[in-house]
Design a protein around this ligand. Structure first.
Ligand code: MRU
Length: 354
């Protein structure tokens, strides 16, 4: 296993969820302690904790917060209340399927053990949430090792948003590939797109890669085409929030732009995503719900207003990249190549349903 680069973005500590408040980065490294599920819900909504795998881990811990003071003894009532709790946590953000996959896992554990006492079920739920946390750490390193083979010495690569340690427990998906390539002794350079409107690229990816001593250059999103045209990019790696059964992938708004540009400039475009980000129940990206966020995020940044008051704004947080634009999907089970529909099924044959 590759060595630890970062402290956990999120963890369970003394009956509370401790997480780095990502809205404050890179100016301040502040931790937020969520002692009740409502506080955690708001932390997800506000993007204090963000990135599909980290949101999944938060969902598991959110269930623990919601049940920790549960005193009832009636199993049936407990299961009913648990379902309500999961629905509430699931209402925080709609696109990252990790959130729903983890909530399903938690509900399944309770249902399969409904013959046990409420206290016993609570213990099993805690074990499951901690298993989700540990799996994320393991799986990210495995994806990193597969994906690092795609980076060649002296190459320059591009990424968008933050699919790093901050988007997972402590390593990352797309950035995990870069950490593994560095550990393998490769020398390469990264262009990080700033990622308007909330600047996850400028605030988080630039911060993370700089701390990890990876050579990184920040660009505005609208500079990507020029940088590609100048022959400065040999591969693109991004994360995903939900991958459909045919390989269509939702990720941060602007990812689709990069994929279209990559096709035109004949640059390979890779998605890096664990099994927990796949939604094999949906046939294509058309079925992926896309979160729309508040107009204020586009009309300004933090407390600074940049657009005129009352301006109409469209603010979808994610877009869907058609599978035909994707060269490969790096997963913990290996790299999936087209035709995705067949090969996704093949590679995850022995996995349980998500
Ligand atoms: O709105 P965000 O910051 O949660 O969006 C995150 C992304 O789009 C990431 O690229 C994606 O979740 C993959 S993270 C490993």
């Amino acid at each position: 296993m590759t060595k630890q680069l970062f402290h956990p973005t999120i963890c369970w500590q003394n009956g509370a969820v401790k997480l780095i408040d990502q809205t404050e980065l890179p100016l301040k490294t502040k931790y937020l302690y969520c002692r009740d599920v409502k506080t955690l819900w708001h932390a997800i909504k506000r993007l204090s904790v963000r990135g599909a795998p980290a949101i999944g881990v938060a969902a598991g811990f959110g269930v623990l917060l919601g049940i920790k003071d549960y005193k009832g003894k009636d199993n049936k009532k407990f299961l009913k209340d648990l379902r309500k709790l999961c629905d509430y946590i699931g209402s925080s953000r709609p696109t990252a399927v990790n959130l729903f996959n983890v909530l399903d896992r938690m509900e399944r554990v309770a249902e399969q053990n409904s013959h046990l006492s409420v206290d016993q079920i609570k213990k099993l739920l805690k074990a499951e949430a901690l298993a989700v946390y540990e799996e994320d750490r393991r799986v990210c390193r495995r994806m990193g090792d597969y994906g690092s083979r795609l980076i060649k010495n002296k190459q320059s690569i591009m990424t968008i948003c933050n699919a790093g340690a901050l988007a997972t427990v402590d390593y990352g998906t797309a950035l995990g590939v870069m950490y593994s390539a560095k550990t393998a002794g490769k020398k390469f350079h990264v262009y990080a797109c700033e990622t308007r409107p909330l600047l996850q690229g400028a605030r988080l990816t630039a911060w993370e890669l700089k701390r990890a001593k990876i050579d990184v250059t920040l660009i505005c999103d609208n500079m990507a085409a020029t940088v590609m045209k100048q022959g400065k990019v040999q591969a693109i790696f991004t994360g995903a929030d939900r991958v459909a059964a045919n390989g269509d992938s939702a990720n941060k708004i602007g990812t689709y732009n990069l994929a279209v540009l990559a096709k035109y400039h004949k640059i390979p475009f890779y998605i890096v995503a664990p099994y927990s980000t796949f939604d094999l129940k949906i046939k294509s990206g058309k079925e992926i719900p896309i979160e729309e966020r508040k107009p204020d995020e586009v009309a300004g940044f933090r407390t600074i207003r940049t657009a005129p008051k009352g301006i109409k704004v469209f603010n979808p947080a994610f877009d869907v990249t058609d599978h035909s634009l994707i060269s490969g999907i790096v997963t913990e089970a290996g790299i999936i190549r087209p035709p995705f529909k067949t090969n996704i099924k093949k590679i995850f044959k022995c996995y349980g349903s998500t």
